[in-house]
Design a protein around this ligand. Structure first.
Ligand code: AMP
Length: 190
């Protein structure tokens, strides 16, 4: 199986690049942000609870997102592989993902990390907020809070995967197609 973690701060281009990689390698795209927004749209209790945190730019509890990923892995037993987008975001989530995949006799192949400066992220997210309909993209203080959460809780995962020899940084600024090519080149070497 090809199991990729597409990593990077909010606004790094994970969603955009996932769409290309999913097509190219026939992977299943698992975005915890998308799954949470679907819960909100469906008006479920879980969605309502998550919304409170998401609207403040805070992470939702590990147990919630780990449960969602567990369900998706169980629903897709025939998959060729997965692309994890926005997950894992904490060391606890990364450990849980390793355990879930090892139950399926598989593992993460690589963490592809899109590297983008903070000022570029804020600019991109404010721009996306104009038509994404996402309230967390429309307020600069919430965007900065999300980046702080990323720096504190999520950035340490680069070292987590580096220790497993799986961390691959990719320049995340430039033409979208060039970034896709850089990702494909990295994947071809796995
Ligand atoms: P995203 O679409 O990945 O930018 O996620 C939007 C929001 O959903 C984040 O700011 C968090 O509040 C929440 N979220 C998404 N994925 C996770 C995760 N893996 N762990 C905790 N919170 C998450």
């Amino acid at each position: 199986m090809l199991n990729l973690v597409l990593f990077g701060p909010p606004g790094a281009g994970k969603g955009t690049q996932s769409a290309f990689l999913v097509q190219e390698y026939s992977l299943i795209h698992l975005s915890t942000g998308d799954l949470l927004r679907a819960e909100i749209a469906a008006g479920t209790p879980l969605g309502m609870e998550a919304k409170q945190l998401m609207d403040q730019g805070l992470l939702v509890p590990d147990s919630v997102v780990i449960g969602m990923i567990r369900n998706k892995l169980e629903q897709n037993t025939q998959a060729k592989g997965f692309i994890f987008d926005g997950f894992p975001r904490t060391v606890e989530q990364a450990n849980a993902l390793d355990a879930l995949l090892s139950e399926k006799q598989t593992a993460i192949s690589a963490m592809l990390a899109l590297v983008v400066s903070e000022e570029e992220l804020v600019k991109r997210l404010l721009n996306r907020g104009k038509d994404s309909g996402r309230s967390d993209d429309q307020d600069e203080s919430i965007i900065r809070k999300r980046i702080t959460e990323y720096n504190q809780k999520t950035a340490p995962l680069a070292e987590f995967y580096a220790n497993q020899g799986k961390y691959i940084p990719i320049e995340g600024i430039g033409a979208i197609s060039e970034i896709t090519s850089a990702l494909k080149t990295a994947i071809s070497k796995l």
